[in-house]
Design a protein around this ligand. Structure first.
Ligand code: ZN
Length: 510
């Protein structure tokens, strides 16, 4: 390998050079191959898909192949010869008729006008003048209008290829004039295979599990996968010599050891809060970013849920912890898993604004412990038969929270008067949404009250996430009701007629 090759990024070195090498896009390859071989090209193409999936590469392959003077046919596909003057010029990146425009930096109507002007001239070297416009959704409205006129009556020698990650931002009038291809995300297996081939060609020794992690992290983008592999190779060389291990890759992408996550979930299952804190501390000793921890938790809870609902379901990524996941799916119920997932999801969003991520995660853990322990106690109460039938029913027949009033009425039925008044006097209720989360506002943090509310809601309702917010200028629920009542017409009339009239308290209807 030459020194130069050493520095060429793998994603560039292994960029597909022709339709044959374009993996995972069968429909596109077949359709384009047929169109090029049979001179049935459309005058404008639109390529959509996530970043790093090969849109620009595909555009370049089209441009090169249609201008090649002697294309070969391999496996029914036209393949550029790579040696004719057009191919050579293309490979040198200076083909006069293949113009790449980045719409992200050239968004204005003037930029499009210069394209229109240039389109009028016949190609200098090849058969077609090809305009590749990347990130085309970035064009301004006027620019799109100008472009539309061109697309309505394009000169015969021009081909337009638009690429975009955000097709919804492109006017329909433009889309309808293009032949559109939606490039597919690569499968994890497909990416792993690609990486494995590259490693063979480059004589790189890499653990299979390391490849699996990179494939999984690249989220369907071949370019991202190859860049990660590049980084892993550099790290591998600098750390232990030749072999790229799973540990190297995990360190590189700051992946959490799944074992830690499994221990964390196990501590929840065993209701061992001390152990939970210990695990969070252990993570903290080696990492600073808890978002990866929460992210792994989210994935794990999602997988446990899938396992619970479909035990035969298998995700390769989790193969090393398959047994634990299966066990957990037998230990936890769906309700807890859904709540845990939602709590983690919310926590993930809150982490960004937090100065102390560790405490946020510990509070999340306490929440989950609490949900689990109150479920246990609710189960004990209902099986103990010590409650009146009506109350028992309230605990057994769990429903989704519909509004705060019905919750307060339930508290009354359950004779939870203390809590009823505490909620009225010391909290306000600001939200219920149908993904199952409700929010209470307190003036300041009050763990005792918060825990009582949490426990009570968990014992009455299914799938509810309770959140608390704090507001110095907080107005209690009772105070809001008092204000509301005071502003009623009838009350206003009374206050007019009775000097010194005021509403002092709101009492529960007995
Ligand atoms: Zn050629």
């Amino acid at each position: 390998m030459t020194k130069e090759n050493n520095h060429l990024a793998l994603s560039r070195k292994y960029r597909p050079a022709n339709l044959l090498k374009l993996l995972g896009q069968d429909v596109l390859v077949k359709t384009l191959g047929y169109a090029i071989s049979n001179n049935k090209l459309a005058q404008s193409y639109l390529l959509t898909g996530i970043r790093g999936i090969g849109k620009t590469t595909t555009a370049r392959i089209i441009a090169k192949t249609i201008n090649c003077e002697n294309p070969n046919i391999e496996s029914d596909l036209p393949v550029a010869c790579e040696i004719c003057s057009n191919c050579v010029s293309f490979l040198k990146n200076n083909h006069p008729d293949i113009l790449e425009i980045d719409a992200a930096s050239r968004t204005g109507v003037d930029d499009v006008r210069s394209i229109i002007e240039s389109a009028e001239y016949r190609p200098l070297l090849g058969r077609f003048k090809v305009f590749i416009i990347d990130e085309v959704h970035m064009l301004s409205k006027n620019a799109f209008n100008a472009l539309l006129k061109l697309l309505e009556e394009p000169p015969m020698h021009t081909i337009f290829i638009f690429a975009t990650t955000e097709v919804h931002k492109i006017p329909l009038t433009i889309i309808s004039r293009c032949q559109r291809f939606d490039l597919k995300r690569f499968s994890k297996d497909g990416i792993k295979q690609l990486l494995s081939n590259v490693c063979n060609l480059e004589s790189i020794d890499i653990e299979d599990s390391a490849l699996a992690i990179i494939s999984s992290k690249s989220d369907g983008s071949a370019r991202d996968a190859l860049s990660l592999l590049d980084q892993a190779i550099i790290l591998g060389k600098s750390s232990n010599g030749e072999r790229i291990t799973e540990t190297i890759v995990k360190d590189m992408i700051s992946a959490v050891d799944r074992r830690i996550i499994m221990n964390f979930i196990d501590s929840l299952n065993k209701n061992d809060f001390a152990k939970t804190i210990e695990i969070v501390e252990e993570f903290y000793s080696k990492n600073t970013d808890f978002s990866i921890f929460i992210n792994e938790l989210l994935q794990s809870f999602a997988y446990i849920t899938k396992k619970l609902l479909a035990p035969s379901f298998i995700e390769d990524e989790f193969c090393d912890i398959e047994q634990e996941i299966l066990n957990f799916s037998k230990e936890f119920d769906l309700e807890f898993l859904q709540m845990a997932w939602q709590l983690c999801y919310k926590t993930q969003q809150n982490l960004k604004n937090s100065m102390n991520q560790k405490d946020v995660v510990i509070m999340l853990s306490s929440n989950m412990h609490h949900i689990l322990s109150s479920k246990i106690s609710a189960a004990n109460i209902s099986s103990g038969g010590s409650l009146l039938p009506e109350e028992n029913e309230n605990i057994n027949i769990k429903k989704n929270f519909d509004n705060i009033d019905s919750y307060l009425i339930k508290l009354k039925h359950l004779k939870e008067f203390d809590l009823y008044y505490e909620i009225l006097n010391n909290t306000n209720f600001i939200g219920y949404n149908n993904i199952g989360s409700i929010t209470f506002v307190l003036q300041r943090q009050d763990r005792k009250l918060e825990n009582r509310i949490l426990e009570s809601i968990c014992s009455i309702y299914t799938g509810i996430v309770v959140e608390f917010e704090y507001d110095e200028n907080f107005v209690s629920m009772k105070e809001s009701i008092r204000k509301e009542v005071s502003s009623l017409d009838s009350v206003y009339k009374i206050s007019k007629n009775f000097h010194g009239f005021k509403i002092v308290d709101i009492l529960m209807e007995s």
